[in-house]
Design a protein around this ligand. Sequence first.
Ligand code: AMP
Length: 170
Amino acid sequence: MKNLESLIKTYNDFPQKGIAFKDILGIMHDPEVFRELILKMSSNKVIKSSEAIISIEARGFIFGSAISLQTSKPMVVARKPGKLPGKLIKENYNLEYGKSTLSIQKESLEKFNSYVIIDDLLATGGTIECVANLIRKSGKKVNGSVTVVELAELHGRCRFDFPIESILSI
Ligand code: AMP
């Protein structure tokens, strides 16, 4: 997609030494590219076949919200600790540069039967795997995942038995 890669800046050794951090926030500085990106993500058949979107805090919310509006699919969120009220389902996970926990409100997961997971970037796949486990533990189906960027050399996609779609593989 024209211009997309030029809007993603790399910061070496952030947030820790050895990590080449891909800052996708520049995409929002160019609404035409952002719109084109959202239309492209929204046209993905994994999204079309899912009852709902699940987006991951925080950068996943930017793309998940826009795709939800574009496709009229409901959106559920997976959040970091201490952010969500009510009964939660939680799981710990490892990502490229650390460990964390994600939670989803039980009630929100109960509402829909099949999900597509939306995030900004796939690195090792630990984050998406965590959300997939939470969805499956609740007896619901994961149809696939759609991200803006995939760091191909980390082979995150090999962890999954569902379709992994990315707009830009770098
Ligand atoms: P992983 O679980 O290793 O696939 O990491 C994916 C999650 O961590 C996404 O939510 C990304 O926002 C973030 N992330 C991991 N590695 C990077 C990176 N090199 N640049 C930007 N974000 C990253």
